[in-house]
Design a protein around this ligand. Structure first.
Ligand SMILES: C[S@@+](CC[C@H](N)C(=O)[O-])C[C@H]1O[C@@H](n2cnc3c(N)ncnc32)[C@H](O)[C@@H]1O
Length: 247
C-alpha cells in the first residue's frame, strides 16, 4: 500500500463507521427513542466503537464523537475557531510535513524496555523527544546517566519542558534542537521513534558520528537493508519492536 492510501485509510474507516451508524439510525427511525443533541452524541459514540473494531486507535475516539456535532453545528462555529485549531495542529505536528515524522508517544512498557537496554551507559539522547516521557523515565531509573531530549515542535517542546519540571530528575534535560544538528558522538545510547522516511539518513549519521560499541535504538522502524544486532519485542498492546544497532 502506498503512503497516500495508508494515510487515507483511517479517514475511510471513520467515514465508513459514521455512514453505517447513520444508515442504522435512518432504518430504525423512531425505534431509537433518542433525539436531537443526544442522537448526535450516540451516533458519534457508536461510530467510535465500530471504528475501534475496524482497528482505529483510541486517538480517533474523540474525533469520531465530535464529528457529527461539528457537522450539525458547523454554522454556529466562528471562522476563527478553525484558524486557531489549524495553528494549534501546526504547532504540534510541526515536523509532519517537512520531516514526515508525526507526533506520537512511546508507551510505558517500552520506556522500561529502553531503560533495560540503557544498562550502564552514562549518556542517553531521545532524538525527537516529544513530551519527554522517555527522557524522564530513563533519567529517573539511572541516576548516574545524563539524559537529553531534542525536540523542535513548539507546543510539544513547551509541553515537555513543563512535564520535565514534575516528572524528571536533575540529570535530564530537553533542548530545543533539530535532531540533524545533534552530534551523536556525545551519547552512549541514541533512541529514536521517527518514521520509515528518515531512517536511512539517520543510520548514515549514526555510522559517521557514534563511537564504537554505542547503541542506536529505533522504535518500530528498522533501517532498510541493515540487519539489526538485536530486536527487542515489547509485550504491549501494539507489540512494539525495538531495533538495536551496535555501532
Ligand atoms: C513519534 S514522536 C516520538 C516522541 C518521543 N520520542 C516518544 O517516543 O515519546 C517523534 C517526535 O520527533 C520530533 N521531530 C521530528 N523531526 C524532528 C527534528 N528534525 N528535530 C527535532 N525533533 C523532531 C517530532 O516533533 C515528534 O515530537
Amino acid at each position: 500500500m502506498n503512503r497516500l492510501s495508508q494515510q487515507a485509510l483511517p479517514w475511510i474507516k471513520v467515514l465508513l463507521s459514521q455512514a453505517l451508524v447513520i444508515a442504522a439510525l435512518w432504518f430504525l427511525g423512531d425505534k431509537i427513542p433518542v433525539h436531537g443533541l443526544l442522537r448526535l452524541v450516540l451516533l458519534g459514540f457508536v461510530a467510535a466503537v465500530i471504528g475501534r473494531f475496524m482497528g482505529l486507535s483510541w486517538f480517533w475516539i474523540p474525533i469520531q464523537v465530535l464529528l457529527p456535532l461539528a457537522v450539525a453545528f458547523n454554522a454556529a462555529v466562528p471562522a476563527w475557531a478553525y484558524l486557531v485549531a489549524f495553528v494549534l495542529c501546526g504547532l504540534i505536528y510541526w515536523n509532519s510535513a517537512s520531516e514526515q515524522v508525526p507526533f506520537y508517544m512511546t508507551n510505558r512498557k517500552t520506556w522500561q524496555a529502553i531503560s533495560d537496554l540503557t544498562g550502564e551507559a552514562t549518556s542517553f539522547v531521545d532524538l525527537g523527544s516529544g513530551m519527554g516521557g522517555v527522557v524522564a523515565f530513563v533519567s529517573s531509573a539511572h541516576p548516574n546517566l545524563k539524559a537529553f531530549g531534542f525536540e523542535t515542535a513548539p507546543l510539544v517542546y513547551l509541553g515537555s519542558k513543563i512535564y520535565m519540571l514534575f516528572a524528571a530528575s536533575a540529570n535530564a534535560k530537553v533542548i530545543y534542537k533539530n535532531i540533524w544538528h545533534a552530534d551523536l558522538a556525545d551519547y552512549d545510547v541514541v533512541y529514536c521513534f521517527l518514521s520509515p522516511v528518515p531512517m536511512p539518513r539517520m543510520f548514515d549519521k549514526a555510522k559517521a558520528e557514534m563511537r564504537a560499541g554505542t547503541l542506536l535504538i529505533s522504535n518500530s522502524f528498522p533501517v532498510p537493508d541493515h540487519e539489526p544486532d538485536r530486536i527487542v519485542s515489547v509485550d504491549d498492546h501494539r507489540q512494539t519492536q525495538l531495533y538495536v544497532y551496535v555501532m
